[in-house]
Design a protein around this ligand. Structure first.
Ligand code: DAH
Length: 353
């Protein structure tokens, strides 16, 4: 076999070996086998010295071509194997760096404001208007014009937050004064009746304050919703019908309403209003303390003495009033066992509503 044939056979043998090398190590072995110091091609090229001067250029040319083809084949295979090796390493050594996402909750109205809105909507539907009054109130509006006698226990400094301490000056009783944080929304009744003549149909939601220690059923600051109707011919039946409508709108059509005689200084007669327990429907269970009924609000017919303070003629007009605690209503509606949950600001609780 001539040397040119030998070179060509070597080329195709070497290129086959390159194609068969399945990793970089095997490829390097192929390179050494053919192009290394003791490699097959090197050995053939060394033999060139023994060729005649005429043969040498042609054989030299072929051998350069073979070397070039071999080097190109090795490089192409090396790139391919290196890419494949990298790709399989990337898969094998993959690390999942995904973090648990940060969930941002959209803001929403506080549950108490939602319940107040709901109650407001029921009475707007009956044609009532919304009224407001100051949270820092005069004794006159909070107590006197609502027919509380001077010695009424709610006036005590142990029950009411007084803003100005006039002890030793004009206060009749130590620790009391003429300016206080309103203890209920009923003084709004007096403000409304002072500035408007009947017909009056108003609802007055707002914050109230009492010197109570917070416990499951008391908060020192809470929310009341006051209702007042004054018109010709208003009867106790109007009060009852209005409250029944309200209870069914807020708690559902199956709820029954019960009125119990009670006393409030500014209404006569007065009644406390209960709704049938939603758990046992009036039979008595643990949720209603065995009573079958849950107290929701106070109400009554406006006392003629109150009309006297605001200059409304009790011979011509009559009226009813009612007042309820929004936190208590919310607790009943949602089965919340402790009013403090509404003001603690724990978002795990508040987000539920
Ligand atoms: N103001 C009373 C309270 O805070 C609630 C109340 C009772 C309001 C009877 C009324 C009413 O308007 O007629 O306990």
């Amino acid at each position: 076999m001539g040397i040119v044939d030998e070179l060509q056979a070597l080329q195709s043998e070497a290129l086959n070996a390159v194609g068969a090398a399945n990793d970089l190590e095997a490829l390097e072995a192929v390179r050494i086998e053919y192009l290394g110091k003791k490699g097959s091609l090197t050995r053939v090229l060394r033999g060139l010295g023994s060729l005649s001067a005429e043969e040498r250029p042609a054989v030299g040319k072929v051998s350069n071509e073979v070397r070039g083809a071999l080097e190109a084949g090795l490089e192409a295979r090396r790139v391919m194997l290196a890419d494949a090796a990298l790709a399989s390493r990337l898969v094998a050594e993959e690390i999942d760096v995904t973090l648990p996402g940060v969930h941002r909750y959209p803001g929403k109205r506080h549950v108490i404001n939602q319940v107040v809105d709901e109650i407001v909507q029921v009475f707007l539907g009956l044609g009532y208007e919304i009224a407001e009054g100051p949270e820092v109130e005069l004794d006159y509006y909070n107590f006197t014009a609502l027919n509380h006698p001077p010695e009424h226990p709610a006036r005590a400094a142990t029950d009411t937050f007084y803003v100005r301490d006039l002890s030793g000056e004009s206060a009749a009783v130590e620790g009391e004064s003429d300016v206080l944080l309103r203890t209920h929304t009923s003084p709004v009744q007096v403000h409304v009746m002072e500035r408007e003549q009947p017909p009056i149909y108003v609802l007055a939601p707002g914050k109230v304050y009492r010197r109570d220690v917070a416990d499951p059923s008391h908060l020192p600051q809470f929310t009341q919703i006051e209702g007042l109707v004054v018109d010709e011919g208003i009867t106790f039946g109007d009060l009852k019908g209005t409250l029944e409508h309200f209870v069914r709108e807020l708690f559902g059509p199956d709820r029954r309403v019960r009125l119990r005689p009670h006393f409030f200084p500014f209404t006569e007669p007065s009644a406390e209003v209960d709704i049938s327990c939603g758990m046992c429907d009036g039979k008595g269970c643990r949720s209603c303390g065995g009573e079958g009924w849950l107290e929701v609000l106070g109400s009554g017919m406006v006392d003629p003495n109150v009309f006297g303070y605001v200059g409304i003629d009790p011979e011509r007009y009559s009226g009813f009033a009612f007042g309820m605690g929004a936190e208590r209503i919310a607790a009943l509606k949602y089965g919340v066992p402790d009013l403090r949950l509404f003001v603690d600001g724990d978002m795990r609780f508040l987000r539920q509503f």
